[in-house]
Design a protein around this ligand. Structure first.
Ligand SMILES: [Zn+2]
Ligand SMILES: [Zn+2]
Length: 330
């Protein structure tokens, strides 16, 4: 990774230029840094979770002014392709996105993203919180697919930033209990602090904890926030009949997972996956944080200047940081 001077982007009449104030380091950035990514061919600017201040407004743009504090979704769906028409906005085949990654000073925002993915930060909401709207939106997408009823029990496997945001969002939305399993002690402590029942599987029998918590009924949904085959296979032990296992942590395409067919047929368990977010969930994420129901910022363990992006990525890769937030100028 290098730091380079790049020209300040010029905008067209239908665009705005946003000065990035905060950008979060995400698991995707870490994976791309370590192993490469088919969407991000170097040289490129990484980062897709950001908030900032409107620095320039194109002559034909309405509704935004220089100085507005905004959170910006990295991409928005078209609304018209077959998948959007079917309501699967997160699978849109014709997405529009911002012109560059967010680990930079200025990002040009196209018309579509201004209209559907740019949200003014409510009073009192920080840029860091705004930058977290994207991961929170991804979590809301995953939770919708879990089909949890009020009062239900959710098991979250893995207390990385996404698992912990999911725990907070689920509790905010009225789940009965959230059980989090995790091996890293610091992350486990964070899960407990948020209000989840935190379980270290080497110290406690996870299945017994779930049985006790649910009167033997098991978890209505298991959100697998670990990108391993083993975790998905293990999840089958904890899910209630009629429940949902959600492969939320990314597995490489082509990965084979072994599933007990009886669980799907006789127990009517659904195996689903969730990826990305919709523009609707992005707005909802901002609202959820603004209302104080979800304090995503408490997951930030490191706030670093943009110049230290590489150190932040390494801290994340080594699990020495939970969430790293990069900030630009004061
Ligand atoms: Zn992200
Ligand atoms: Zn579409």
């Amino acid at each position: 990774m290098t730091i380079e001077e790049v020209p300040r982007p010029t905008i067209g009449p239908e665009e705005i230029l946003v000065e990035v104030k905060a950008s979060g380091i995400c698991g995707t950035d870490v994976k791309t840094y370590l192993r490469g990514h088919r969407f991000f061919q170097p040289p490129c600017i990484l980062g897709h979770e950001f908030a900032g201040v409107v620095a320039e407004v194109g002559s034909q743009v309405e509704g935004f002014q220089v100085g507005d504090r905004v959170a910006v979704a990295p991409y928005v769906p078209c609304g018209f392709c077959p998948l959007c028409q079917a309501g699967h906005y997160e699978l849109c085949q014709n997405k529009s996105g911002v012109a560059s990654g967010a680990f930079t000073e200025f990002v040009a925002v196209p018309k579509e993203v201004i209209q559907r993915g740019t949200v003014r930060l409510p009073k009192g909401m920080s840029f860091a919180a705004g930058a977290l709207a994207e991961p929170v939106a991804c979590v809301l997408n995953g939770l919708e697919d879990c089909r949890l009823e009020l009062g239900a029990t959710l098991l979250i496997m893995g207390a990385g930033p996404m698992g912990l945001l999911a725990a907070q969002a689920t509790l905010a939305q009225g789940a009965g209990q959230v059980i989090v399993s995790e091996y890293n002690e610091a992350r486990l402590a964070k899960a407990a602090e948020i209000g989840a029942r935190a379980v270290h599987p080497e110290k406690e029998d996870l299945l017994e904890v779930i049985k006790q918590a649910t009167g033997g009924a098991l978890a209505q949904a298991v959100l697998v926030c670990v990108g391993t085959r083993e975790a998905v296979e293990e999840a089958q032990r904890y899910v209630a009949p009629g429940g949902v296992i959600n492969m939320f942590g990314g597995l490489p395409s082509g990965t084979a997972v072994s599933i007990d067919a009886g669980l799907i047929h006789y127990q009517q368990v659904s195996l689903v996956g969730s990826f990305g977010f919709t523009h609707i969930q992005y707005r909802r994420a901002v609202q959820l944080m603004a209302g104080g129901r979800l304090d995503a910022e408490r997951l930030i363990t490191h706030t670093l200047p943009l110049e230290e992006a590489e150190r932040g990525i390494n801290l994340s890769a080594e699990q020495r940081a939970l969430k790293v937030m990069l900030v630009n100028g004061g």
